[in-house]
Design a protein around this ligand. Structure first.
Ligand SMILES: Cc1cc2nc3c(=O)[nH]c(=O)nc-3n(C[C@H](O)[C@H](O)[C@H](O)COP(=O)(O)O)c2cc1C
Length: 191
């Protein structure tokens, strides 16, 4: 069993939901995940005490959550010293357009350049449009972003694009990588 820190940054909650699914998948596999919100880190959090770390963030206006960037910068040395993964939630990754999807990969490249942290595994997932939660201006902005990304501009309803099977597959792949690095025998669900 590996102790795995899952640190996420979210705006409207979708990345928190993905982080919870990641943690459930790790638990099902026999690991011990700890989920923390990058905007509300426990004062006694010691990244170096974990066997492995997953970092997750959403994209808002082309950028990762600033709390996540700070977490990665502040814990750079501990991150590069252990197995790590990164997952990113965006509307670009929900698009069928290869150019939009490449945009999401570009956000990761910029993040790696800025932080100097190269995760061992990267997962790119579609996010959600929560028109019901947006104020007037944010709804206008999101209708414009959605027009190009997914075409879903009907603000009378919400949309979720996250492929949960992809999230679980990414998590299991990361867990297998960690098990290999730590010389662990997988306990449940690995084939
Ligand atoms: C104000 C705002 C700006 C956004 N900007 C982008 C963007 O530039 N590119 C993109 O792909 N998705 C963008 N999105 C979509 C979010 O990444 C998506 O809604 C995601 O599910 C948000 O996750 P969260 O609830 O964890 O913050 C934006 C969303 C909001 C609300």
């Amino acid at each position: 069993m590996a102790s795995i820190l899952v640190c996420y940054g979210t705006g409207e909650g979708q990345t928190a939901t993905v982080a919870d699914r990641v943690a459930d998948t790790l638990t099902d596999r026999g690991h011990d995940p700890t989920v923390v919100d990058a905007s509300d880190l426990p004062s006694d959090l010691a990244v170096a005490e974990f066997d492995a770390v997953l970092v997750g963030t959403s994209i808002h206006v082309g950028k990762q959550a600033s709390t996540v960037t700070s977490f990665v910068t502040d814990n750079h040395d501990a991150l590069v010293a252990r197995p790590t993964g990164f997952f990113q939630i965006s509307l670009s990754s929900a698009s069928d357009d290869p150019e939009r999807r490449a945009e999401a990969a570009g956000y990761v490249e910029t993040f790696v350049d800025e932080t100097g942290w190269q995760p061992d595994r990267v997962g790119l997932f579609g996010g959600a449009l929560r028109y019901s939660k947006y104020g007037f201006l944010k709804r206008l902005l999101m209708k414009r972003i959605a027009k190009d990304a997914t075409g879903d501009t009907d603000a009378s309803r919400d949309y979720e694009y996250t492929d949960w099977a992809e999230v679980e597959a990414f998590t299991n792949d990361f867990a297998a990588f960690v098990e290999g690095r730590l010389g662990l025998t997988p306990s449940v669900g690995d084939t």
